[in-house]
Design a protein around this ligand. Structure first.
Ligand code: MTE
Length: 327
């Protein structure tokens, strides 16, 4: 049985533990008082952890803040970013990944790079992390369900990896295949999607300087529920393009068969560019609400911007394309 659960409109209050929901109210007050005003790296010193007093026990990741991507919006609270997740391998409730992903084993971990490249290679995750200097970048991420987050990610531009691998002329797309291990991931026994979770980008999208291979958030390694040890962040596309816990990167000649597109092709396109002018067949995409702030799926408050506000950097990738058809 295939169920197209992503985006089923449920009030945030119903799918989020009461405690977390109430903390959000506190956050709104804190935000109004300017707590998040001009947070700069290291984030954890000022905002997230200062707010929660939480000790995560996760390793810190040294990275230089990229001045091009400093926060323009209030950062999402760490607690919200790590307890309101989509990671169906660990369950379909927003709270499930934080509760169940702790069984994920993230070391040793390898990422195989293969397909139409001159230099295929199996990278150990620790080697992959040292490929290029780690950067910290604050990105907005908009989920197709109508919520959005503003997160300081740590990672390297995917283009830096791709240049090393030297794709051949036949490489037109990049496919991202993620871990699907029933032993570690209870959700993989449930056929919500055809596992493994697969995502893909056109090669030029993958090479765009915005596309990030992320190893951390908020100055620490990725929490498991957010896709440890390595995930994609593609900020001008709906969140489902940002594949978590990647084990294989494949250069292909044909468009990859991506999980959500295969599950419900009329609802989730391959491109999945954030586009307020193209509604999902079951709901509008014109507005969004920021996780931890006022509004919910029934009353989103903030206007969604074309390409999630990154049009200047990416609109030219789609010149001449009918974005209603290639949604
Ligand atoms: N990656 C895997 N492997 N499995 C998933 O279910 N969900 C996607 C994406 N990556 C998903 C995934 C969706 S729908 C979203 S919105 C983002 O992860 C959510 O990322 P976050 O939980 O860090 O906010």
């Amino acid at each position: 049985m295939k169920r197209s659960l992503l985006g089923t409109p449920i009030a945030a209050s119903e799918i989020t533990p009461r405690e977390i929901f109430e903390q959000r109210r506190t956050l709104i007050r804190a935000a109004a008082a300017g707590v998040f005003g001009a947070a700069l790296s290291p984030w954890f010193a000022r905002s997230a952890f200062a707010q929660t007093g939480a000790a995560t026990g996760l390793a810190k990741l040294a990275a230089k803040a990229n001045a091009q991507y400093l926060p323009k919006d209030k950062l999402t609270r760490y607690k919200d970013a790590t307890t309101y997740n989509n990671y169906y391998e660990f369950g379909t409730d927003k709270a499930d990944p934080a509760l169940h992903a702790q069984t994920l084993i993230t070391r040793p971990w390898t990422v195989a790079v293969e397909g139409h490249v001159k230099n295929p290679k199996v990278y150990d995750i620790d080697e992959l992390m040292k490929l290029a200097p780690l950067e910290e970048r604050v990105y907005r991420l908009r989920c197709v369900e109508g919520w959005a987050m503003v997160i300081p990610w740590t990672g390297v531009p995917l283009a830096q990896l791709i240049r090393r691998l030297e794709p051949t002329a036949d490489a037109k797309y990049v496919e991202f295949i993620t871990l699907a291990d029933q032993k570690q991931m209870p959700g993989v026994s449930v056929p919500v999607l055809a596992w493994p979770y697969v995502e893909g980008l056109r090669l030029d999208e993958a090479m765009n300087p915005l596309t990030l291979l992320a190893f951390g958030l908020y100055g620490e390694v990725l929490p498991k529920q957010n896709g440890a040890p390595v995930r994609l962040v593609v900020p001008w596309k709906y969140g489902f393009k940002s594949a978590k816990s990647i084990v294989r990167i494949r250069f292909t000649e044909t468009e990859p068969k991506t999980s959500w597109h295969v599950a419900a092709p009329s609802e989730y396109g391959f491109y999945a560019n954030v586009n307020p002018a193209v509604d999902h067949p079951r709901w509008s995409q014109a507005k969004e609400f920021r996780i931890g702030e006022s509004g919910d799926l029934f009353s989103p408050k903030v206007k969604t911007l074309p390409f999630n506000g990154y049009a200047e950097q990416v609109a030219s990738l789609y010149t001449g394309m009918d974005l209603k058809r290639f949604f």
